[in-house]
Write a protein that binds this ligand. Sequence first.
Ligand code: GDP
Ligand code: IMO
Ligand code: MG
Length: 423
Amino acid sequence: MKMDVLLGLQWGDEGKGKIVDVLAPQYEVVARFQGGPNAGHTLEFDGIKHVLHQIPSGIFRSQILNIIGNGVVLDPIILKKEIEGLGKFSIDYQKNLVVSKKATIIIPTHKLLDAAYEQSKGDKKIGSTLKGIGPTYQDKIGRSALRIGDILSPDFREKYQVLVDKHKTTLSFYSFPVDKLEEMEGQFFEAVEFVKSLNLIDSEYVVNDALASHKKILAEGAQGSLLDVDFGSYPFVTSSTTMTAGACTGLGVAPSKIGEVFGIFKAYCTRVGSGPFPTELFDATGEAMRKEGNEFGSTTGRPRRCGWLDLPALKYSIMINGVTQLFMMKADVLNIFDEIKVCTDYVLPTGEKIDRLSFEITDLDVKPVYKPMKGWHCSLADVRSYDEFPTELKEYVAFLEEELKVPIKLVSVGPDRVQTILR
Ligand code: GDP
Ligand code: IMO
Ligand code: MG
């Protein structure tokens, strides 16, 4: 048995949470492999809307084992709050949620460091969610981080203090206030006690044993490929490997055991935070897209930047991930437009036309070349099959498939589970 991977192909918020929840009945295990509480994955069903940050999106399906894998950076305070927030759903956490002992812990000073680094960057700031993601991954790679398994050790407090003292030196270099630290630490150690009561495991064995016994596993990506630490628009990226390869290292699964790779994209583009965005719209069209798509961050509430679909970027993401099936989200948001544009190429300041994302492109002011397409201008709210799609939407899908060379197997026409059309 192989593990399927589902990931975002743009700058995050493509609708991963919704689709993991939709696909979950076909699986026995859902596992997060990277990122942390910077993620905000929204699920809507039976009139309920819920945003998950660290808990995998299979949690509402009682037959699913949800794994927080070793590649994740985990905030105990947020995890405790998330679990408490799910209280009314009578979920059996001992049975349905497990946490890798090798997952890295976000401690309070990581969040202060995140804020200090951003403040020091001035107008060059990344636009981080300030959840401590970057500083925690820095410590992981720098071999000084604490891991979930460490909380069970009798000298956890001492190990913690060594790390905090190191962080305090850096915070004082940035003259960053630490007056909130004591209160944060109180919450932190209370949450650590709570996390001890969860099922803490060596998840690489659980995942590989599941595959060996022919169980179906879905790896749930967070963020998006254009925020990947290697291939995103560096330095305006997150600090993890958001692509398929990250599912291997973030769960301990061999590359030969990867099955389908589901690549999710919006029928347009959004980005929250700083960094290049060639098709960004600064006009009334962009404003209308934001309003129609309710494009406000699930984690921070920040307005998302909006623009037309970017094919060079999408082709790049498909290439680095080995995408086998495409899922197009939020088609309904384009209902309002008479004309829809798709970026097919970029024009460099030299006048050269390209459709590749080079190293230099991050710093260049590129102009998108658009193919205009006719809008469908009707509601998709009650559409339940591909045959009911308006002709113009069918043409949009056909054009994208021809360009991207990967089949679009799913089109989402609304936030609810039922507003999902399989092809
Ligand atoms: P994720 O981070 O990839 O899980 O995505 P988010 O949850 O941050 O953002 C996606 C938003 O779009 C959420 O508010 C979803 O409820 C919503 N959504 C998902 N699919 C659709 C869709 O097809 N149409 C519309 N209108 N909204 C959608
Ligand atoms: P989901 O999983 C959209 C963005 C931030 C910022 C950059 C770095 O919901 O799609 P970080 O906090 O990681 O240091 O921020 O990455 N970012 C996201 N944007 N969706 C996300 O997650 C994001 N997680 C981080 O806005 O630009
Ligand atoms: Mg999100």
